[in-house]
Design a protein around this ligand. Structure first.
Ligand code: AMP
Ligand code: GLY
Length: 415
């Protein structure tokens, strides 16, 4: 099978690697220099012009723009919803309206286009306050704060259109939920649904959850949860979502990524993403290896199979560029990588997935984006995977490297 992976980050590198492990011939569009160095073909051609048996679309933007619809119209098998399903991620106000209609547990909220009624709603809530831009904002459109004045100022800033343009002219305000966050990625063909191992993403840039929100600084999976919790989420969140999608005539084949808050009164859905998570995917592919390919094919065909068995544990540590997330610097030379973009001195179980790197004329890699590399490690236990991931991360150096030191630290003993 010839598989196409659309996107240019570490997530797409990981998906391509997993498909290759499953015996597929893989082409990544456009990919990056690190993917190509790993022996995976990349092209900058138009994905619609390329022949393939299976296409997996990584990022949300092409899904929202209807790429899955256009590929399906050409007879391709695709993992990823059409533009109608992708609205679950494209518009937070749509998503919230959908969740309420479906009866999915989610934070109380209101949607506002004018500052006056937004202020009024805010003052009816208790801290923490949550203010979200309606449209896509690359993970940067959400403020969570204990401070009512800061929340009010943020509403005004967002509604002014200065911060996020059109994407910000509507805001969603929510009550803040408290608990542990969990990413549950579920593959669905619209009828059946299969959960992958629960993962925990570390969203803030600094240790202990300090500093600004990022795209994700690291992740581990499986997340140790109370027994039965995944089944509970499948019943209270995923099943009603599938019913509501069908009721609205939305055919959905792809990933439903449930961003959950595990509150004392049960799991609540913070948001849906309509794609694989980044960096969740970089850890998950190591748990399933070749098993993932078959699952993706079944999903795209509408004949989703059963979940492959997750083996062991995986920990991913993201290495980001100097100045991330506000103003990442490009052009810092990376040392510790070989010509294939993997560790020059291999660490057992470690795979390096490239996000923002490029090759210099002398063959060395340099930084070329906010998140630069995802160092992923697989082992029998979280503790061992963590030790391997950090050994790999320390072996890679570049000026201004930003990395968290506490990925999976608190769960080391759990498994
Ligand atoms: P979202 O893009 O909606 O997932 O929001 C990004 C991050 O903001 C989430 O991962 C949470 O850490 C936080 N967040 C979003 N909504 C809430 C909420 N209702 N209560 C507490 N934290 C939230
Ligand atoms: N890890 C967060 C995301 O993919 O949106």
């Amino acid at each position: 099978v010839r598989a196409l992976v659309v996107g240019s980050g570490a997530r797409e590198h990981a998906l391509a690697w997993g498909l290759r492990e499953g015996g597929h011939e893989v082409l990544v569009v456009p990919g990056n220099d690190g993917v190509a160095a790993h022996g995976i073909a990349c092209t900058s051609e138009d994905p619609e012009a390329l022949a393939c048996d299976l296409a997996v679309i990584g990022p949300e933007a092409p899904l929202v723009a209807g790429l899955a619809d256009r590929l399906r119209a050409r007879g391709r098998l695709v993992v990823g919803p059409g533009a109608d399903g992708a609205r679950l991620e494209a518009s937070k106000s749509f998503m919230k309206e959908f969740l309420v209609a479906a009866g999915v547990p989610t934070a109380r909220h209101g949607t506002f286009g004018d500052p006056g009624s937004a202020r009024e709603f805010l003052s009816s809530l208790r801290a923490p306050y949550v203010v979200k831009t309606d449209g896509l904002a690359a993970g940067k459109g959400v403020l969570v704060t204990e401070d009512l004045a800061a929340a009010t100022a943020d509403v005004e800033e967002k509604l002014s259109g200065r911060a996020f343009g059109e994407a910000g002219t509507t805001v969603v305000i929510e009550e803040g939920l408290v608990g542990e966050e969990c990413s549950l990625l579920v593959l669905t063909d619209g009828v059946r649904a299969v959960p992958l191992a629960p993962a925990q993403d570390f969203k803030r840039v600094g240790d202990g959850g300090t500093g600004p929100n990022t795209g994700g600084m690291g992740v581990y999976a499986p997340m140790p949860l109370v027994p039965g919790l995944v089944e509970e989420v499948m019943a209270s969140v995923i099943s009603p979502t599938l019913v509501e999608l069908a009721r609205r005539g939305i055919e959905y084949r792809g990933v439903l990524y449930a961003g959950l808050m595990l509150t004392p009164s049960g799991p609540q859905l913070l948001e849906y993403n309509v794609r694989f998570g980044d960096p969740e995917t970089e850890a998950l592919v190591l748990l399933y290896r070749e098993g993932l390919a078959e699952l993706l094919e079944g999903c795209a065909r509408g004949e989703l199979g059963t979940a492959p068995v997750a083996r062991g544990a995986a920990v991913t540590v993201v290495l980001a560029a100097h100045g991330y997330p506000e103003a990442p610097r490009a052009g810092d030379v990376i040392s510790g990588l070989g010509v294939d973009g993997q560790l020059a001195e291999p660490v057992e179980g470690v795979v390096i997935f490239h996000a923002g790197t490029r090759r210099r004329p002398d063959g060395a890699f340099e930084t070329a984006g906010g998140r630069v590399l995802a160092v992923s490690a697989h082992a029998a236990t979280i503790a061992e995977a963590r030790e391997r991931a950090y050994r790999g991360a320390e072996a890679i150096t570049f000026s201004g490297k930003v990395q968290r030191g506490d990925i999976a630290r608190e769960v080391e003993g759990a498994m």
